[in-house]
Design a protein. Structure first.
Length: 495
């Protein structure tokens, strides 16, 4: 390490966010442009280059974190970029969107704030683009083998890039009109501007990857035709079958799934729409679900000018410190975190009835009621205990003109016929089954990402893409030099 006492001299300093009043008036990323590089060298110095770097184990990609921390502290951006890209195809995505389990596993985090690993990562990635350190890497020669990748989310893109670089001819099929999956139409612009996504896609085009947009496999092209055309097929369709909320009043108008709402806001940012037909402007909005998707809805509704926004979380409000008995270091702890969207809601007081920021914790929806026209006007809830049992006498109502359900996803959507046409076996959770080589029950067909793992983090999605690429390359050529950072049955560290 460049400074053996760096962690003693410097305190944790994160990439500063723009003032709330400024950033809610636009859709640009929430961080102060140019404010990261001046502080990142000192932050990288805080890395202790541990003998056993638990951050490696906490990261499914196996990122070489102490290596690139040391290189950044020495201002060697070229070598830092090489180390970073050796394990991660898209560090500018993870540096913005990953909740950073690596920081929970940082040895310094045992008794101090962790190294700002996520900030160092995104600084290297952005500097690499600025300095021309991320050129296309087309293969020296082609293998003569062909692979179809279905889905252009982080798993599909990672698999396609790895296989293309290995010399195979790869075509990516995407049912939407633009590439990126949930990164395109699920992640709001203020969390990751789509120029980062476009830049990687152009890199992949230059390397030789082919893209087929507006093509739903199972509807626009049959599974049998695809299997006949390609030597291998990788299913990276994600887990897009959303969970429902079967309570009285669910049929009222004005109640929508989060993934019906968020894509429309993203299309406004893309220039496809002048305004969203589900805009939260002047509406009393209630978001059911306390996860990241709910927070994305929150930040979007605030920017659209909602009259009020409240987010319901069925879990009790967590503490601000790790519970060493139930979630000891280095596992990722459930603690109270203030995302940019929650910070905005808190400062703007979007939900006067909330416990903290815009959230009502330990709250369960009982029913919806509406007006004479059948439009939702109120959400009725009750407080629950840790076992989700109602607490007597705690029922109350919230005004609700727009309700957004952000309850997570259970597996791949079967509406387009892909699962049935391929004849894929599913497990009880509704996800695609596979063996230790990522292979499904259908010869030549592989499954990776949320479609097989279940709903997970972007860092796991990229790791799955890299690992399935290695499995496919081995099957096509008899051997592989591609890295396989995880196996299909690996899971995050837990007690």
């Amino acid at each position: 390490m460049a400074d053996p006492k760096g962690f003693l001299h410097a305190s944790r300093q994160e990439w500063p966010r723009r003032p709330v009043e400024e950033r809610v008036r636009d859709w640009d990323e929430v961080y102060v442009p140019g404010a990261l590089l001046p502080i990142i060298g000192t932050q990288a110095d805080r890395c202790m280059d541990c003998g056993i770097p638990f951050c490696h184990e906490a990261c499914p990609l196996g990122n070489l974190i102490p290596d690139w921390n040391d290189l950044v502290s020495r201002d060697d951006w070229r070598a830092a970029s090489e180390r970073l890209h050796a394990t991660n195809n898209f560090p500018e995505f993870t540096g913005r969107l990953c909740p950073a389990p690596c920081e929970a596993g940082c040895v310094l985090a045992i008794n101090q704030p962790a190294v700002t690993i996520k900030n160092v990562e995104v600084a290297i990635a952005d500097r690499a683009w600025e300095d021309g350190l991320a050129p296309p890497r087309p293969p020296d020669r082609l293998s003569g083998r062909t692979v179809a990748v279905i889905g252009s989310g982080p798993t599909g893109l990672a698999a396609a890039q790895q296989l293309t670089r290995a010399g195979h001819t790869v075509a990516v099929y995407e049912k939407d009109d633009r590439l990126g999956g949930l990164m395109r139409y699920g992640i709001p612009e203020f969390k990751m501007e789509k120029r980062h996504l476009e830049r990687r896609i152009e890199q992949m085009r230059a390397e030789g990857t082919k893209f087929r947009t507006s093509t739903a496999v199972g509807r626009d092209i049959g599974a049998a035709e695809l299997r006949a055309r390609y030597d291998a097929v990788v299913l990276a369709v994600g887990a897009t079958a959303w969970r429902e909320l079967p309570v009285p009043g669910r049929g009222l108008t004005g109640i929508h799934q989060a993934m019906e709402y968020l894509p429309l806001a993203n299309r406004v940012c893309e220039g496809d729409l002048e305004s969203s037909p589900l805009s939260a402007a002047d509406q009393h909005v209630v978001i059911v679900g306390g996860g990241d998707t709910g927070a994305d809805c929150l930040g979007t509704a605030v920017r659209e000018g909602a009259a009020s926004v409240t987010q319901l979380d069925i879990y009790e409000q967590p503490g601000t410190e790790r519970d060493e008995d139930t979630e000891p270091w280095p596992v990722y702890p459930k603690i109270y975190r203030l995302s940019a969207a929650h910070e905005e809601a808190r400062d703007l007081e979007t939900a006067p009835a909330a416990d903290a920021d815009a959230r009502l914790f330990a709250s369960s929806t009982l029913r919806f009621t509406g007006d004479a026209d059948g439009h939702v006007r109120a959400l009725h809830l009750v407080e629950v205990d840790a076992e989700r049992r109602p607490r007597p006498g705690t029922g109350r109502s919230l005004p609700a003109d727009l309700v957004l359900l952000a309850l997570g996803f259970s597996g791949p959507d079967r509406a387009d016929g892909l699962v049935d046409q391929f004849g894929l076996a599913l497990d009880p959770r509704g996800t695609i089954t596979r063996d230790a080589d990522f292979a499904t029950n259908v010869p030549g067909v592989y499954a990776a990402g949320d479609a097989a793992r279940g709903q997970s983090l972007i860092v796991w999605a990229i790791a799955e893409g890299r690992a399935v690429a290695a499995a496919v390359d081995r099957r096509l050529t008899g051997a592989t030099r591609l890295p396989a950072p995880i196996g299909p049955y690996d899971r995050p560290m837990r007690v």
